[in-house]
Design a protein around this ligand. Structure first.
Ligand code: AMP
Length: 416
């Protein structure tokens, strides 16, 4: 079933969304992108004459109630986004039977943070993986996860999965719940459909040259996708903090720059694989360094493999900016994940801005550009480039796993 085919008149739909929005210390939303992302799906249910039961996680409460991560704080913002006068709130998402049963068509019920329950993630709490009793505890928790998912399912007539950001997790609300609905009563939401189509567009219809830009802080968290991309792309630009692990692997001096000493061999094997696959690997040659990790640090431009003691590389230097600009120019497919430097500091954001502008220019010349992962999205927004790229994904880990070619549990649960 697709969401467009479904008529929700007279039906209660339970919808998994990603309302994991950032809040300030007063509990106010500082960026409502994720709420807006879910609106088309939610409005379709209401416009058809159905009722909504909305569920989401927020933050990492690790299976315990934490008022700072209560979804109650955002219910009025959800009402405003949907254009309804009230969103009802269920403070205990495992005991919402009565509220769900009483829900009238056109009404909206928001469940409390799913991750207040360890059953949502299905991981045993308070027991170490090394503990001999761990396996047994995990089995027991998986059983509880199934019961929790059944409970959530019992509130509604149909299920919509629209939380791309968590679609790579096999959680009660993102995947297990789908077992309680037949194929005619479960579907992906509009956001999920769009995200899956964007990934398909990149993977099945690769127009060359295909250039990937991987930045961010560490190589260790991205090695899976980097290795995978080396089988797909023509050119791979590696930037951000991981640069210094590569420099160090070749005996370079990197001062206080961020480095993963235990990943030097990984850096060398990435270079080997690139050579073997005929992929052009583009690394920065110069850096803008700071004498501390702060926006106001003194600056020094120097070769990335000859950074003096007391300095750390915080952005790409002018030669590298030029080299990256040229490496992106003429691309026909572009994937960008992770900034080129510490873009949160305005004084070290120039490199990430150049990368963003080069991606926008290539897009204007006909490239399909896919931007994903929280930080690169923040970068694109910060530089006002959002309208000049092809697609901005709401997913970080989910996007990378999808690009790796893995079937996301949240998609498999619906499509089989
Ligand atoms: P990730 O979550 O791995 O994509 O990393 C994103 C973070 O990497 C951003 O917060 C950047 O500030 C950080 N980053 C980028 N370049 C550097 C660098 N040269 N040194 C330290 N952190 C960096």
């Amino acid at each position: 079933m697709t969401i467009n085919e479904m008529n929700f008149a007279g039906k209660k739909a339970i919808v998994r969304v990603d309302f994991n929005v950032p809040l300030n210390e007063n509990g106010q939303i500082t960026d409502d992108t994720r709420i807006r992302g879910a609106v088309p799906t939610l409005k379709k249910v209401l416009a058809d004459g159905g009722a909504l039961i909305i569920m989401s996680h927020m933050g990492k409460p690790k299976g315990k109630v934490n008022p700072k991560m209560s979804l109650g704080q955002i219910k009025d913002a959800v009402a405003a986004a949907l254009g309804v006068s009230e969103v009802k709130f269920a403070p205990d998402c495992a005991k919402a039977d009565e509220q769900a049963a009483a829900l009238k068509m056109g009404e909206v019920l928001l469940l409390e943070n799913l991750r207040f329950y360890p059953e949502e993630e299905g991981k045993p709490v308070g027991i170490d993986k090394a503990d001999p009793a761990y396996d047994e505890a995990k089995k027991e928790m998986k059983g509880r996860q199934k019961d929790f998912a059944k409970k959530l399912a019992s509130y509604a007539d149909c299920y919509i999965m629209d939380a791309f950001g968590t679609a790579h997790r096999k959680h009660a609300s993102t995947a297990v719940i789908a077992d309680s609905f037949d194929a005619d009563h479960k579907m992906l939401g509009y956001l999920m459909e769009k995200e899956v189509a964007a990934v398909d567009n990149v993977l099945s219809n690769i127009k060359r040259p295909f250039v990937a830009i991987m930045g961010g802080s560490k190589v260790s968290t991205k090695i899976g996708i980097i290795e995978n991309l080396l089988g797909k792309v023509d050119r791979l630009i590696l930037c951000g903090g991981m640069t210094y692990t590569f420099m160090k692997a070749h005996g370079g001096e990197i001062g206080n720059s961020i480095v993963e000493e235990d990943k030097l061999d990984v850096a060398l094997s990435v270079e080997e694989l690139a050579k073997k696959n005929g992929v052009e690997l583009v690394l920065g040659t110069d850096s803008v360094c700071g004498d501390s990790f702060s926006n106001d640090a003194k600056q020094l431009v120097c070769p990335s493999n000859a950074i003096p003691a007391g300095w750390e590389g915080l952005d790409i230097g002018p030669d590298t900016r030029e080299a990256f600009r040229n490496a992106i120019k003429g691309a026909k497919t572009i994937l960008w994940n992770g900034p080129a430097g510490v873009f949160e500091f305005d004084n070290f954001a120039a490199g990430s801005r150049v990368v963003g502008e080069a991606v926008a220019e290539a897009t204007e010349e006909g490239a399909f550009s896919l931007i994903g992962g929280g930080d690169s999205v923040a970068c694109v927004n910060k530089f006002g480039l959002a309208d000049r790229v092809s697609y901005i994904s709401t997913g970080g880990g989910a996007l990378l796993e999808a690009i790796e070619g893995k079937v996301l549990p949240g998609v498999a649960a619906i499509r089989g």
